[in-house]
Design a protein. Sequence first.
Length: 171
Amino acid sequence: MNTLTPGDASDHVWLDVRITPNNSLTNRVAWTLAGSVVPPGALICAATAWMGAWLVTPLVVLSILALAGMILWHARQLGLYEQRVCLTDTALLVETRRNTASPVERAELSPHWLRVDRVNDTGRACDSLVLRAGLKKLEIGAVLSPPERISLANAIEVALRTRRTRQSLAA
């Protein structure tokens, strides 16, 4: 996802962050988990067929295969999510890719009046992170843990402060 480009070649990049989920459900783990569902399901199928309830067997097989499929699908979707935040002299650009089927969502906010709002910030946790510029607002970092959201908010605020300081000194 390298489609972010600053407005001009002379734009200075103050911050460039790539956000991905902290994903412990890798494809290998998903296959192992999905595979571990099948043997108990096979035992249930054998037991129900042995007891004479053979009509239940196809339903159990289908539900186990559906569960395994959902595990594999979820692992794949988590691996595809990516969000990128780039602060330049002229704009704060945010690109979000949820999966390969949907197009990349792109949002551009003016850094001149940009405000970082931490929703339900308790000092140790932050429920969500919202960027506001005028009437536009954008939530970022939804896949991050609360401490990681605080760290991201701090990094954006420092980059904005540095950008404003350097631009005011240059003027």
